[in-house]
Design a protein around this ligand. Structure first.
Ligand code: ADP
Ligand code: MG
Length: 259
């Protein structure tokens, strides 16, 4: 069974904007796959369709063998966690409240939190270095701290599939490296499948097993990092001349601007 199986998916917004055109791909369980492409190429739209936020009509989208449209809300939240680019809650929740929201798909009126759940929440808050902020208002912390809070919430949800939308945007290089490590470890230890939209081609090259390159809502190239991150593909898709070099320690392609 595939973790994700997308077949001939097309999607237009209500105002007629065509965001995706005839997209087909699949992802094996346990893989880390990166979505790359310039602003407006359809990365967030695709992630929002897979997570069930946007409703599609043309084509099929299966997550672990089940059409996304047919999942119930609680059911899908036990399978998929989403870390989006922007996060601005309406209310003055604390950091701890937000992380606990990750357990909502498992809660019911008949059950109060177990010792295991309390440990799980504490463990992730510690790993992501937000434990000392637990009583702070989510609006009164830095962008990077907020990002780490949202990631802790996603992890306590114990997903089989993690969807990331430009999750490194607000992070300094130290926290970015930490987080890449945390996600890779979760992937290795628990076989969590990861699909992420990346702003930064070089981060994607270091993190991902496979890459899907999008332009104007279509797949331009798909394969492993060596097949997709080439001078020709990157220059064409991002409309700028680049040179590719290879990372001195891990050997993956890295892109540099030719300016
Ligand atoms: P990316 O995440 O790659 O930057 P998006 O998926 O956000 O791209 O956008 C894909 C296309 O859909 C763009 O042309 C964008 O302008 C359009 N789009 C995104 N969100 C909306 C929306 N809510 N309503 C109408 N058009 C949208
Ligand atoms: Mg986006």
């Amino acid at each position: 069974m595939k973790a994700i199986d997308v077949d001939h998916l097309s999607f237009s917004y209500e105002n007629g904007n065509k965001a995706l055109n005839d997209i087909s791909f699949d992802i094996e369980p346990g893989k880390i796959v990166g979505l790359l492409g310039p602003n407006g190429s359809g990365k967030s739209t695709l992630l929002n369709i897979i997570s069930g936020v946007l409703r599609y009509e043309i084509g099929s989208v299966e997550v672990f063998g089940k059409e996304v449209k047919t999942y119930r809300r609680h059911e899908i939240a036990r399978v998929i966690s989403v870390v989006s680019q922007e996060f601005s809650p309406l209310f003055a929740f604390t950091v701890k409240d937000i992380v606990w929201m990750g357990r909502m798909p498992y809660s019911s009126v008949f059950h109060s939190s177990t010792k295991e759940e309390i440990d799980l929440v504490d463990r992730w808050m510690e790993k992501l270095e937000i434990k000392r902020l637990e009583r702070r208002n989510i609006k009164a912390i830095s962008g990077g701290e907020r990002q780490r809070t949202v990631i802790a919430r996603a992890f306590v949800q114990e997903p089989r599939l993690l969807l990331l939308d430009e999750f490194t945007a607000h992070l300094d290089i130290g926290h970015r490296a930490d987080l890449i490590g945390v996600i890779k470890r979760k992937n290795e230890e628990e076989n969590t499948t990861v699909l992420g939209a990346f702003h930064d081609v070089n981060v994607a090259a270091q993190m991902c097993d496979g890459i899907i390159l999008l332009k104007e809502g279509e797949i331009v190239a798909m394969g492993n990092v060596f097949e997709v991150i080439t001078e020709k593909n990157v220059s064409q898709v991002y409309n700028t001349d680049v040179v590719i070099s290879y990372h001195p320690t891990c050997g993956v392609p890295q892109v540099m601007l030719k300016i």
